[in-house]
Design a binder for this molecule. Sequence first.
Ligand SMILES: *Cc1c(COP(=O)(O)O)cnc(C)c1O
Length: 341
Amino acid sequence: MEKKNIDWSSLGFGYVQTDARYVSYYKNGAWDEGAITSDANIVLNECAGVLQYAQTVFEGLKAYTTEDGHIVTFRPDLNAERLEQSAKRLEIPVFPKDRFIDAVNKVVSANEAWVPPYGSGATLYIRPYIFGSNPVIGVKPAEEYQFRILCTPVGPYFKGGAKPITIKVSDFDRAAPRGTGNIKAGLNYAMSLHAIVTAHKEGFDENMYLDPATRSKVEETGGANFLFVTKDNKVVTPKSDSILPSITRRSLVYVAKEYLGLEVEEREVYFDEVKDFAEAGLCGTAAVISPVGKIVDHGKEICLPSGMSEMGPVTKKLYETLTGIQMGRIEAPEGWIHTIK
Ligand SMILES: *Cc1c(COP(=O)(O)O)cnc(C)c1O
């Protein structure tokens, strides 16, 4: 298989149209058998449910080339399960887990030439999504849907080393108590756009959202969960019903306990405690962990002892162990690495 002629390491995180995508249509109460297609465009009625009432959920995962030349994905079963939870919350029909995994296999195989080689730092980002496609004007769930998966090659998240970022405590809320913060829905991102554009204008990289009910506890950022490290090397991660259950965060918690022998606390984290932590990081599929150096709350700066030039030592160990597992350099727990070919 000849790879595409792309300068993999200079790719950013943007959409590059590849050769193949997967689509399955839901009609009359059932998903059809699904197929790979080369057509990247979708023709929809002007009144489609997704366009009028944002009835759509999505997932994000990556395919990697491992050190020994296999193409693998990381825990796709958890993406399938989370998509199921997201779909149920928005009255979208569930796309079965075994079919989800089969569809990921098919679409990655069809795009094999677009899977970046080992060592390039680049990966193939995989975006499964479901949306209501038939006309809906009275507010109700659609009756027809499309489950699709697109792929796009993305460059190394950290070019020239992982530099710690500066984040602000947002004046906006991300997710209501008992709302939709715990599902992966486009609607959570639509409402975060104004907050992130505002943060960027003010010179910050990201927003820290607090719990809307009391504004005293740390929730997450727009698209990544928090991990903190205490001065005595305990890993602490916020627990809340309105946080999106990050697969990266859940995997890092396991790595911390089982590979690094660290103590881990998953609990409510008060913003008042943040000043006492030694390290902070954001975890998600895109970066695995992005180190945080500074947190600013209305002019009051919290400078983490790990500083602004490098990842903290525990964050770095977590990062290196998980990326080592993903790339096949470190033995993975049973079932984590799903080999496509
Ligand atoms: C996708 C997402 C994450 C990260 O989840 P991963 O499974 O680790 O990629 C975190 N927060 C939000 C709001 C997300 O949408």
